[in-house]
Ligand binder design. Sequence first.
Ligand code: NAD
Length: 497
Amino acid sequence: MQEMNPDLVQVESAHFIGGRYIAGAAAGRDVLDVRRPSDDRVYAGLPVADAELVNRAVQDAWSAFQRSDWARQPPRLRARVLRRWAELVEADAALLAPLEAVGSTRPVRDVLRWDIPYTADLLRFYSELADKHGGEVAATGGASLGMTIAEPYGVIGAIAPWNFPLVMAATKIAPALAAGNAVVLKPSELTPFSALRLAELALAAGMPPGIFNVIQGDGRVAGDALVRHPRIAKVTFTGSTRTGASIMAACAESGTKPVTLELGGKSPQVVFADAPDLDRVARLVADGITGNAGQVCVSGSRLIVARGVAERVIEGVAAAFAALKPGATWDSAATLSPIIRPADARRIDGMVRRTVEAGARVACGGQLLQVVGGGGYYAPTILTGVDADMEAARDEVFGPVLTVQVFDDEAEAMALADHAAYGLAAGLHTADVSRALRCARQLEAGTVWINRYGRSNDFVMATGGYKRSGIGKDLGREAFDANLRHKSVLIDIASAD
Ligand code: NAD
């Protein structure tokens, strides 16, 4: 792909409802400014869906669910549409990649190499599950036949965060659609546009109009109206723990709706003294906290390291940090993403400063970075001498800030790795297989990586949080099952005479 010119990227300031764009006066009165994180320039306005428009989107989805063949057709035909959609997503890279990169923290290079192929493969993965699970026959006596029939819910309300706009949207909608549901998605108001293109491509792939809709707006108005709509049968949400809790309450208040919540984390990377290849470990630790500038739910933000190797690992991480070059998502030389908003860069700085005031030491970083013509950038930071109750070790920073705690034995390592509130992911580095498996069992985390850090590039393994990091699972077969409900049908078998 040629160099990307951010000023030439065009967006639709619209919703996508019933198979078409809704823009202008019909889109709602409130218009939010949408900014480019790389340089903090406003590049588009965004309409806010009010309760009336949300109602229209959900009603359209409900009629499409009832009237189209999406749920009733042989599932392999649904699978065919999803496969075609995946092909269109890949073929659209020249338009989709700049659209994703311009308004997010995702470098265009990475969007082309990773986000778009991942999104397409995710659609393919769930297309393959579409016709593999219809239900079960129950173990009844011979006088009756019992079946559990797997059925879609109807209309699923999906709400996505801003940190990987395409990938997060696809993670929420692909299993829901493959299972035969209709979906109304609300992307983050900070990164709202690539989801619209995804919806347009779904239509082009043959998805009936109204099966996949996108409404725009903030959480307080548009998101809340979506969650509370009586026709929404289930809510699937990825975002912060605080928002997840209020969505759970809204689900309870508006009809005891089931809810999947993928929330925040404060994940440890535990390095034992016998870890193979400490240089490689240091690189993994550094990558685990600087990818997307630390704005990743599973960021390995707490280094828990054996005393004997602590100095060496910290030096290696600091060297990897020093090699990073901050810059715009369209700057091909940049290797450190912007922070989503300058105000968030200042929030990160405040957390670091308060942690230092509480007694922590800055081993490197600890400051805002000035990038010519830039938005908010933050220096990859290492804080040593940290206690579990200090702010940067306790709360999700969502920035490139690594806290360090040192241990003397395995029991202490496990005690430090355990976080009072979060349990999203954890990393273990050790050459001792028994210790790795012992610790993996002990850790209260939804995912444990051993001698690696970060998700793999496929979808076979489910992801989800323990404790306040979430409820339910995304990815894997589990996410497909979570978008189905099961009806029990019992038939008495008439005797022959
Ligand atoms: P956020 O909670 O601020 O917003 C997420 C989404 O919820 C946005 O679309 C927002 O508009 C909407 N929203 C906000 N208030 C709402 C309300 N009251 N009702 C309905 N919708 C509402 O999160 P964010 O800043 O966009 O994303 C960062 C957070 O997401 C971090 O905490 C991160 O750890 C988490 N995250 C988790 C995972 C995971 O898989 N566990 C993945 C990515 C991000």
